[in-house]
Design a binder for this molecule. Structure first.
Ligand code: ATP
Ligand code: MG
Length: 415
C-alpha cells in the first residue's frame, strides 16, 4: 500500500465539511472588514524567502531545482509572496491596500500534534503607512475572525519591537548585533541571550532590565512603567481596539518575533488548550517591499494557523454543522427510474441538495443508504402516485410520509 508522505494529511468528507465551513466563515469576516482575496503560486523562487528570512530558511523548506535548473521551493508562508505580488503588479492600487489569502504552506519540520509539513494559513496584509489605526485594523481582523469561529479560550498578546530595540540601542547594541539577541529573547532562551548581550558589551544592570521587560505582560497599565515611546504608540492601538469592542487583548512586551523586517507592533495569539503547539496566529507591522526591489512601504499583517485553530475549536467541543442532503430520490422500480432522474434534476436546479439511486438498488437497500448518508427526506417515485402527478415524501427522522404533487414539490421542500 502506498502511504501519504510524512507530515501530510488526507481529509475525510466530514472533515472537509468542517474545514470549508470555517474557511468560508473567515473569508466572510475579512470581506466584511473591507479586505479582498488574492492568490499567489504555491511554488516560488527560493530567493524570495532567503531574501526575506536569510539563507537558513532553506533547511526548513521543500526546496529543489526544477528541470530548467531554477532554484524553486514550495512556499513556507504567504506574506513574502503577497508583498512580491504587490511590488510586481499592485503598486498603483489605491492605499491602504487590504488583502487576505487562504492556502497551504510547506515546511520541512518534525511532524507532531499541530505541526505538519503541509498546513494551511488564513492571513491578511494591509499595505499603507505605519499608523496605530492600521495596526488596530489588523489586530481587529484577527480578533474578529477568532471571535466569529466561537473559540473561547485564547489570548491576543501585543507587543512592540521598539521597546526592546530601544533598550538595546540605549545600551549601544543595534543592527546585526541586536538581531540574534532579539531572536533568543523572543524564544525566552535567556541562558543563550545573556552571553550574547555580555559579548556586545552590555552592563549586568541593563541585561537584567531587558530580561525583566520581556516578562512584562498584562493590562494596558503596565505601559505606565515600561515601554517609553513605543509604549505610547501601543496605548493608541489599544484605545482603538477597545472602541472596536475586543477584550481578549493584553500587552506582552516579550513578543518579539525575531526577524529583521518587523518595524513596530508584533502580536501573537495562543490557545492554551493546545499544549505545546499553542500559537494559532502571529503578526505584526513590517517593511519588506524594498527587499524585493520595490519602494519602501509600511505594512502590517498576520497569519492564522488554520489547522491549529480548528484543533482548538474541536478541543472546546464545538462541531461544525454537518452538510447533509435534503432529499434522496428513490424509484420504486425500473418503470419509474427515468421519472426519478427528472425529479432529482428539478430539485437540484432549484437549489435543493439532492442525491438519487445510481446503483439500481431495491427499496430496502436505498432506504438504508439514505439513512447512512443522513438524507433529511426520501422522495419515493412510484407508479401509482405518478398517475396523479405525485411522489411520496418521507421525513427520515419522524418517518412521516406525504403525497405531494411534483408541481409543488420544490415549494413543499423549501417550506
Ligand atoms: P511555530 O513557532 O509554532 O513554529 P511560527 O512562528 O513558525 O510558529 P508563523 O510562521 O508565524 O509561525 O506562522 C503563523 C501560524 O502558522 C503559527 O502561529 C501556527 O499556528 C501556524 N503554523 C506554523 N507552522 C506550522 C506547522 N508546521 N504546522 C501547522 N501550523 C503551523
Ligand atoms: Mg515554525
Amino acid at each position: 500500500m502506498i502511504q501519504r508522505p510524512r507530515g501530510t494529511r488526507d481529509f475525510t468528507p466530514e472533515e472537509m465539511g468542517a474545514r470549508r465551513y470555517y474557511e468560508s466563515m473567515m473569508r466572510s469576516v475579512a470581506v466584511s472588514h473591507g479586505f479582498r482575496e488574492v492568490q499567489t503560486p504555491i511554488f516560488e523562487h527560493t530567493e524570495l524567502f532567503t531574501t526575506k528570512s536569510g539563507p537558513g530558511i532553506v533547511e526548513e523548506m521543500y526546496a529543489f531545482k526544477d528541470k530548467g535548473d531554477r532554484e524553486i521551493c514550495l512556499r513556507p508562508e504567504l506574506t513574502a509572496s503577497v508583498i512580491r505580488f504587490f511590488v510586481n503588479d499592485l503598486t498603483n492600487y489605491p492605499r491602504p491596500l487590504k488583502m487576505f489569502y487562504f492556502g497551504q504552506c510547506f515546511r520541512y519540520e518534525r511532524p507532531q500534534a499541530g505541526r505538519y509539513r503541509e498546513f494551511f494559513q488564513f492571513g491578511a496584509e494591509i499595505i499603507g503607512s505605519a499608523t496605530p489605526e492600521m495596526d488596530a485594523e489588523m489586530i481587529g481582523l484577527a480578533a474578529a475572525i477568532l471571535e466569529r469561529t466561537g473559540l473561547k479560550d485564547y489570548k491576543i498578546r501585543v507587543g512592540h519591537i521598539g521597546v526592546l530595540k530601544g533598550m538595546l540601542a540605549q545600551a549601544g547594541v543595534s543592527g546585526d548585533t541586536a538581531l540574534p539577541i532579539l531572536q533568543k529573547l523572543d524564544k525566552k532562551m535567556y541562558e543563550e541571550a545573556e552571553p550574547l548581550m555580555k559579548a556586545a558589551g552590555m552592563s549586568a544592570d541593563s541585561i537584567e532590565k531587558i530580561i525583566a521587560t520581556t516578562k512584562v505582560t498584562g493590562p494596558l497599565s503596565v505601559l505606565d512603567t515600561y515601554g517609553g515611546e513605543a509604549g505610547e504608540y501601543l496605548k493608541e492601538v489599544f484605545a482603538i481596539l477597545a472602541q472596536f469592542g475586543f477584550r481578549n487583548v493584553e500587552v506582552d512586551l516579550g513578543v518579539v518575533r525575531g526577524l529583521a523586517y518587523y518595524t513596530g507592533i508584533v502580536f501573537e495569539v495562543d490557545a492554551p488548550k493546545l499544549g505545546a503547539e499553542k500559537q494559532i496566529c502571529g503578526g505584526g507591522s513590517y517593511s519588506l517591499s524594498e527587499l524585493f526591489g520595490g519602494e519602501k512601504v509600511f505594512s502590517t499583517g498576520f497569519a492564522i494557523g488554520f489547522d491549529r485553530t480548528l484543533l482548538a475549536i474541536e478541543k472546546e467541543g464545538q462541531t461544525a454543522p454537518k452538510l447533509l442532503v435534503d432529499a434522496y430520490v428513490i424509484p420504486v422500480n425500473d418503470k419509474t427510474r427515468m421519472k426519478a432522474y427528472e425529479v432529482a434534476a428539478l430539485l437540484r436546479r432549484n437549489g435543493i441538495s439532492c442525491d438519487l439511486d445510481i446503483m439500481r438498488r431495491n427499496m430496502g437497500k436505498n432506504f438504508k443508504y439514505a439513512d447512512a448518508i443522513g438524507a433529511r427526506r426520501t422522495i419515493i417515485v412510484g407508479e401509482k402516485e405518478l398517475e396523479s402527478g405525485c411522489v411520496n415524501v418521507r421525513d427520515m427522522s419522524s418517518g412521516e410520509q406525504k403525497m405531494v404533487p411534483i408541481e409543488s414539490l420544490v415549494q413543499h421542500l423549501k417550506g
